[in-house]
Ligand binder design. Structure first.
Ligand code: HEM
Length: 504
């Protein structure tokens, strides 16, 4: 009796899976569904996989500096569904250029929990190499299935409730002011690209650090010593994605078996973990030594989560100090670029700030900037079951890719698609620019559904506050050619930056 009760959900699942499998088998054998093998795209060769397709000049796709250009070639060559055969234990990838196609898969994968397997090296680090340290708590980035769901359920309220996140605004304002002071000092006569990028990265670490740990890290201080631990966190946030990209994403036989790169990556994971633990332990000590309750607005995410689960609190703070640095930095540079190259929009935002009534135009400008220059070019889900999409059988274990940046810049999806027009997010239905005329799955800068970015509210607040503080004091100009994107897991920009900040 007891065994029947325990096994009932499992049996139900098995029988519904079985029924689904039978239905799939029937549909496929009926000849109405084309087999997976016939999806057009890049075929793998033994040993080298698909590498030859990406060789410069001679390869069928060629080498591209960003995913946008690569998606363009693949779409033009193969049409709306394109397969890249998998190699070295990685599943095949399928790119869907019709939003209704990936929509079907992404929605179906919401239950029991979407799988997003992107960082195999980090997965290996947490689940195998440092198994004892992580003890089954793998965080959001790499956990899948039930482990991911349990973790996410615990952290969602503290990070995503707009009311709770807004409480950090005063602290974030003072950090933004510090950045503005430094930007104001940049010498407009020389190339200060590296300095500017470093300041912005320091601002984003300082901001996410405040929210995560409840105190200033101090990395915007003048003359920060080279051996300050904040420098290690910024170094890791920049170098880890670069190295992971080379090892895991670039189609190279050599990379997969390059022990030097793999060891270096493991050392960087150790460094990021150790330094973040140092900051987290200091924050924990401050909480213990305080010995009295403080209001919500003064409690960090760490403190809120410590009340629920110690290990989850530490892991979440660690992931914030990693995932919340470069993502926000490059998004901020993107918004500054768009406002600098669209003086009319810049003035509209400034006017709104002066009136102090609403932030509608500012929010629309950030949204529009993330449409055109998103940090991630595409979204990803691994299929946990069979699907039938666009007439093809898409089996379990496929990486289903939504090329959101590419689709967001197509004229068929947005009028004047490549132009920065914040108004499209504000006008009503009768206006041809109205964003609601476009499929809502096309622009997804923070991802989709239950697994979308947990730091979204924090990032949006940081960006809004930065732009407000900056435009109150400075005007921004861009004095060079259009900015160029380089994809290294996240979209970065080719330097130099041609910003000029002037005191108003
Ligand atoms: C503008 C800045 C940011 C952008 C554009 C961004 C974008 C994204 C995207 C596209 C995903 C994948 C979502 C999906 O698969 O559906 C993601 C996941 C994630 N982001 Fe962000 N992010 C930003 C800032 C942040 C910040 C500030 C934090 C930390 C506070 C953060 C932490 C995370 C984490 C932990 C995940 C994994 C979530 C999960 O799998 O449950 N992100 N982000």
């Amino acid at each position: 009796m007891c065994a029947t009760w325990i096994l009932a959900p499992f049996m139900r699942q098995c029988s519904s899976n079985f029924i689904l499998q039978c239905q799939f088998a029937k549909k496929i054998s009926s000849g109405n569904v084309k087999p997976f093998q016939t999806v057009p795209g890049l075929k793998a060769l033994p040993v080298i996989g698909v590498m030859h397709h990406f060789l410069p000049i001679v390869g069928s796709v060629g080498l591209h500096k960003n995913f946008f250009n690569m998606f363009d070639v693949l779409y033009e060559k193969y049409g709306p569904i394109v397969k890249i055969e998998g190699i070295f234990g990685r599943g095949p990838m399928v790119m869907f250029f019709k939003p209704e196609d990936y929509d079907k898969i992404y929605r179906a994968e919401e239950i029991p929990g979407p799988i997003r397997r992107g960082f195999q090296a980090l997965e290996y680090y947490r689940e195998v190499l440092r198994k004892e340290t992580f003890d089954g708590i793998y965080g959001l980035t790499t956990a899948q299935g039930e482990k991911w769901r349990q973790f996410r359920t615990k952290v969602n309220p503290a990070l995503l409730k707009p009311k709770l996140v807004k409480l950090y605004a005063p602290g974030l304002e003072s950090i933004a002011k510090d950045l503005v002071t430094r930007l104001n000092r940049l010498d407009s006569r020389s190339d200060t690209s590296q300095e500017l990028e470093t300041y912005i990265r320091k601002w984003s670490l300082e901001s996410v650090g405040l929210v995560a740990l409840g105190d200033r890290i101090g990395c915007l201080e003048d003359n920060l010593p080279n051996d300050h631990p904040a420098n290690s966190l910024m170094y890791c946030s920049k170098t880890i994605p670069d190295l992971s990209f080379q090892l895991e994403f670039l189609p190279s036989f050599w990379n997969k078996w390059n022990p030097w790169r793999l060891n270096k990556l493991m050392d960087l994971f150790d460094l990021q973990w150790d330094v973040s633990q140092m900051f987290i332990n200091e924050a924990k000590k401050r909480i213990i030594n305080r010995q009295h309750e403080i209001p919500d607005e003064e409690q960090s995410i760490l403190e809120k989560l410590l009340a629920i689960d110690d290990k989850v609190a530490v892991m979440m703070a660690n992931e914030m100090l990693f995932a919340g640095i470069d993502t926000v930095s490059y998004s901020a540079i993107g918004v500054l670029y768009h406002l600098a190259t669209n003086q009319l929009s810049q003035e509209k935002v400034r006017q709104e700030i002066r009136e102090g009534i609403s932030s509608r135009y500012l929010k629309a400008s950030i949204k529009e900037s993330l449409r055109l220059l998103p940090v991630l070019s595409a979204n990803l889900r691994e299929t946990s079951r069979d699907h039938i999409v666009g007439g093809y059988h898409i089996p379990k274990g496929v990486f289903a890719i939504a090329p959101n940046e590419y689709l967001s810049k197509l004229e068929q999806n947005y009028p004047k698609a490549k132009e920065f027009i914040p108004e499209r997010w504000l006008v009503n239905k009768s206006d041809p620019l109205y964003y609601g005329n476009t499929n809502a799955m096309i622009t997804l800068p923070f991802g989709f559904g239950v697994r979308s970015c947990i730091g979204r509210r924090i990032a949006e607040l940081e960006l809004e506050i930065l732009i407000k503080k900056l435009l109150e004091e400075l005007s921004i100009e861009w004095t060079g050619p259009p900015i160029n994107v380089i994809t290294k897991v996240i979209n970065e920009f080719k330097k130099p930056y041609y910003f000029r900040f002037n005191k108003i």
